[in-house]
Each structure stands twice: as C-alpha cells, then as structure tokens.
Design a protein around this ligand. Structure first.
Ligand code: HPA
Length: 314
C-alpha cells in the first residue's frame, strides 16, 4: 500500500460501508478495537439498528489470521444511544501485515467521523504489583520498533490526516482516563479481586513471547505490560487527531527471574522431566492468554460501556 494512496483507500472503504449502513449508524462517534478474547464487547451493542461486515468484504481492510481473532466490523448503538463501530479481531504486524495495513482501520474510522478510539489488548504483566486478570488503563508507551525505524508514519506524510511531526507526550487522553477510574468505582464491586492500574505498554513485534532477559530489559526501561499490538494504531490515531483510550488485560506474568544455570548444584542428578517441570513455571502460552480474557472480559465490557456513557453523557 503506497503512502500517497492511503487517504483515497480509506475513503473507498468508507463509501462501501456508507452505502449499506442504516441512517443512525452512518457516523459513529466511537470506535472500539477488541483484542484477544475481548470480542464480547461486540455483544454490548443493541440488536437494532446493527450492521456487520466481514473484513474480507471491505475494500483494503487487512484480514487477521490468528485463532481467536475473528474478523468483523460491527456497527451498533452502545449503552442504548452511542453510535459505535467495533473491530472484532485485529491484524497484527507479526502476521506479516505492514504497519500501513495494521493501522488502516484507524484511518477508516477517522474518515467515518469517529471522535474517540478505544483499543483493548491482552498483555503480559511486567510490573510485580500486577496479577493475571487485572486491567491496565494505558498512560504511555515504549515503541522500540518505532524508535528503530519500523514506524507507521515513516515515508511521505499524508497531509490529509495530520502533521509531519506529531507530538506523543499526551497521547493517552487524561480526561478519558479520569472517567475510567470513576467508572471503575461505580461498576466494579469493591470486594472484587481484580484491580485497575495505570501503566506503560511496551510494543514488541512478536510472535515469540519475550525471553526472561528481554522481559527484565523492558521492565528496567519503565514498561508495566508488554504486548504485540495497539501502539501502531495509537500512533496513527494521534496523527489524525483522534482521542485515544487504551486498556490491557493482564493474561500472564512475564517471567522475570534469570534462567536457571546449567552449573547449579541443585540441578545435578535431576531427570530431564524434572528439569522441564522447573522450566514450565510461568511460561506464556496462547491458550492461557485466551482463558484469562474470557473470565475478565465481562468486567472490561462494563468498564468501557460505563466510561463511554459518562463521557458522552447518555
Ligand atoms: N508478551 C507479549 N504479548 C503478549 C503477552 C506477553 O507476555 N501476553 C499476551 N500478549
């Protein structure tokens, strides 16, 4: 996809959608990107009016290929009144999509007239205070790939969307975050073991989970969670002036202890099976990520809907 034509391509996608969208859904105010295991958010929109599109039907839309990441765009009314568009499943960089493709839906949202975008993801916890199942509202990020030149805004600037050098020092909208904390108090029972934190997200390209040394490096850099999505989308959303709110669901804890050494006395005389059992502890796996998503998804849904109702005063 050449940078020069992204604007036209986004407009083509919008024309396709507008041709069949019911009147009440022509101009959604909010776009929500549902991460791994968080597709239940799409069930929170009203049954009528509603419109759904497979990504494969929408011109230029990227198609996700990973199990657990369906690919459909759902339009409907959220919390009764807020016209919203939800992405159920997203395309990731590790699947082989370019940064332009991964971020293309954000540009479609902008051209649809969206004002606010909410991104959700499954992430590994690096902060020792976080537990599996906790929800993190992001307040900053570390984009190592972007710093090193793998960046969605690299190339000729698309002036129709935004400026050449967009600042990102205030990328995560403070007013929205304030509303999230308030909504949490209102909808999540105080005896819930699940906690809401604010934190910094580190983007890694994946598809491998981090080594122990990499996890410690990211933690030392100031990251609280690590994942394989969201940041490219946020960069492009901020470039075109969208308000951004982002959540991580902690689905596993990164393994931060150094790898066991082969010369440790303790391991001498152990069988291969016993050594394997030691190494299995804490290892991240895709199934575990999906399972934590299933049990925490309902709280995340309540939080998002209640926050939006407060922000849009319905
Ligand atoms: N690392 C990277 N991405 C992830 C993780 C992780 O530990 N968990 C869920 N997505």
């Amino acid at each position: 996809m050449s940078q020069a034509s992204i604007f036209e391509q986004a407009n083509e996608s919008v024309s396709f959608l507008r041709d069949s969208l019911p009147e009440a859904l022509q101009k959604p105010l909010v776009a929500i990107v549902c991460g791994s295991g968080l597709s239940g958010l799409a069930n929170t929109v009203q049954a009528e009016p509603r419109a759904e599109y497979d990504y494969s039907a929408i011109p230029h839309f990227p198609r996700p290929t990973v199990a657990g990441h369906a690919g459909k765009l759902v339009f409907g009314l959220l919390g009764q009144k807020i016209p919203a568009v939800l992405m159920v499943g997203r395309a990731h960089y590790y699947e082989g999509h370019s940064m332009d493709q991964v971020t293309f839906p954000i540009r479609v949202f902008k051209q649809l007239g969206v004002d606010t975008v909410i991104l959700t993801n499954a992430a590994g916890g690096l902060n020792s205070k976080y537990n599996v199942g906790d929800i993190i509202v992001l307040n900053d990020h570390i984009f190592l790939a972007g710093l090193a030149g793998v960046h969605p805004l690299r190339g000729p600037n698309v002036e129709e969307f935004g400026v050449r050098f967009p600042p990102l020092s205030d990328a995560y909208d403070l007013d929205l975050r304030r509303n999230v904390h308030q909504a949490w108090k209102e909808v999540i029972p105080s005896q819930s073991t699940r906690k809401l934190h604010e934190g910094v997200y580190a983007f890694v390209s994946g598809p491998t989970y981090e080594t122990r040394a990499e996890s410690r490096m990211l933690q030392m850099m100031g990251a609280d969670v690590v994942g394989m999505s969201t940041v490219p989308e946020i960069v492009v959303a901020r470039h075109c002036g969208l308000r951004v709110l982002a959540f991580s669901l902690v689905t596993n804890n990164a393994v931060l202890t150094p790898v066991p050494r082969g010369d440790e006395e303790l391991f001498q005389g152990k069988t291969a099976d016993e050594l394997n059992a030691i190494l299995e502890e804490g290892k991240a796996g895709h199934e575990e990520v999906l399972e934590a998503g299933r049990t925490a998804a309902l709280d995340m849904q309540k939080l998002v809907v209640h926050t939006l109702e407060a922000v849009f005063k319905v």
